[in-house]
Design a protein around this ligand. Structure first.
Ligand code: PMV
Length: 323
């Protein structure tokens, strides 16, 4: 009873920040993302009747699992599948972990896909079957989106979440250039930060109030393949989320001077006619989304920004899959 799966991180263009239900890890709002083909997580799950608890080996090191998200996710998976065995989970990222590059999204998408594969649950059911999207979500609110390739939409309903692909990589080819500004782990996790924002930011209610309109408009721009409209809206949505972060108490300042320099570079490229826009999550890395023909120009421009540690670039990736 073992299987391995690959999943790619994703970056939201219309973001979620805040939970409707903290215990269930239910996001307050829906989100829309692109899956990053250039980064990958590979995870193996092996169920074993002899184990007395789950074991996680991440990037070659065993991790403490008391009250962890992984244990909660595996418990939810066992409740859903009827399997009562613990598992050894071995996971490797080919990019910095916990540094604002969505390693938890790809990690939990790969975990659910490998666990389903180990029990012979088919890939189609793993993506659409009852509860598996919710099991991934218990691990990370953004993980269901990494089950899908290209552009994905996560919707929040009263009882749970649903997720689907809006466009396959070949249907609307886009590229993402990541400017890595530091390889260190972030101080404040998304999970803690967003709850603090919900409790203390005076802008939180406005952020939630506008969100459905942003999501509906973005779905329309994807359907129309309207890059320029999606660019304007995505940057606006990102900056609204960061306004909430910055006005949280204590303040969540995820940007470094290099983050801002990259954002300004991207704004000036677009003013010169290069089809590119920025987005930034709960960390200092900058993701530039562009049309594939512009990728080399964007890579060169961000490479020249002082303080950029390295560049990772590629086209949109496929959804999580058993290998
Ligand atoms: O649930 P998490 O920890 O993956 O939080 C994701 C938060 C953001 O990346 C900032 C936004 C998003 O929608 O991905």
């Amino acid at each position: 009873m073992h299987a391995s799966a690959i999943a790619h991180p994703n970056v939201a263009l219309i973001k979620y920040w805040g939970k409707r239900d903290v215990a269930e890890n239910l996001p307050a709002v829906g989100s829309l993302s692109v899956t990053l083909g250039a980064l990958r997580t590979e995870t193996t799950v092996e169920f074993d009747a002899a184990l007395k608890r789950d074991v996680l080996v991440l990037n070659g090191r065993e991790q403490p699992l008391e009250q962890s998200r992984l244990a909660a996710c595996m418990d939810a998976f066992r409740a859903l599948s009827g399997c009562d065995e613990y598992a050894t989970v071995t996971s490797e990222n080919d990019f910095p972990t916990g540094a604002g590059l969505a390693s938890s999204a790809s990690g939990y998408a790969a975990l659910v896909t490998a666990a389903a594969g180990a029990l012979g649950i088919g890939l189609h059911e793993a993506r659409t079957g009852p509860g598996l999207i919710d099991v991934a979500r218990i691990g990370s609110g953004s993980a269901p989106r990494s089950l899908f390739g290209g552009i994905a939409l996560l919707d929040v309903q009263a009882q749970g979440t649903s997720c689907r692909q809006l466009s396959a990589p070949a249907e609307w080819p886009l590229a993402v250039v990541v400017a890595v500004t530091t390889e260190s782990r972030k101080d404040i996790t998304s999970r803690d930060g967003m709850e603090q924002s919900r409790l203390t930011s005076p802008f939180y209610a406005a952020w939630i109030g506008d969100h459905a309109d942003d999501l509906a408009a973005a779905i329309g721009h994807v359907a129309a393949r309207d890059f320029s409209a999606l660019a304007d809206l995505s940057e606006h949505n990102c900056l609204k989320m960061h306004s909430v972060m910055m006005t949280t108490r204590p303040a969540l300042l995820y940007w470094s001077p290099v983050t801002l320099a990259c954002m300004q570079k991207i704004v000036s490229l677009r003013a010169e006619g290069v089809p590119v826009f920025f987005t930034v999550d709960a960390g200092p890395q900058v993701k530039a989304v562009c049309l594939p023909d512009a990728m080399s120009t964007v890579v060169a421009a961000l490479h020249d920004v002082p303080g950029v540690v390295r560049i990772i670039a590629g086209e949109l990736g496929e959804g999580a899959r058993v290998v």
